[in-house]
Design a protein around this ligand. Structure first.
Ligand code: ZN
Length: 149
């Protein structure tokens, strides 16, 4: 299994300093973001998940005129992964364009993703033209996730 980074600490890194696997995951999330369906907010988000066999599955946010059926990019990617038999996640990338902050996953997505991460996994958060990347991990984003085990 590839462990893309040491997730012991959170940091902001230059995209160019990330390893090839992390860059590849970020690129996939940037590509998925282009398909975002966001006529109401115009706020595009892309995500990509590396699954246990090493492949990458992307997703975008999809809005709805009734608002509450709207789904985030991370859960779109996760549902695509799970519905194709890939239910072990190894890394996640999230792309959004906010001027002053990183577009980190919402609480619902953090919990949703945690269901499919057997161990702590890296989460890369950056912008569509990645320069600085927040390199964090799922357990940092969601300590004490709900777990029935
Ligand atoms: Zn979300």
């Amino acid at each position: 299994m590839n462990h893309e980074i040491n997730v012991q600490s959170e940091s902001v890194q230059d995209y160019s300093d990330l390893n090839e696997e992390a860059q590849e995951l970020i690129k996939a999330a940037i590509e998925a973001r282009e398909f975002a369906y966001v006529p109401y907010s115009n706020f595009k988000v892309g995500s990509a998940i590396r699954v246990a066999d090493g492949s990458i599955i992307g997703g975008c946010n999809i809005e709805n005129s009734a608002y509450s059926p709207t789904i985030c990019a991370e859960r779109t990617a996760a549902c695509k992964a799970i519905s194709t038999g890939n239910n072990e996640f190894k890394a996640v990338a999230v792309i959004g364009l906010q001027e002053k902050s990183f577009t980190t996953p919402c609480g619902v997505c953090r919990q949703f993703l945690s269901e499919f991460a057997k161990e702590d996994i890296p989460v890369y958060v950056t912008k569509p033209e990645p320069e600085r990347v927040l390199v964090t991990s799922l357990s940092r984003l969601l300590p004490h996730s709900f777990n029935l085990n």
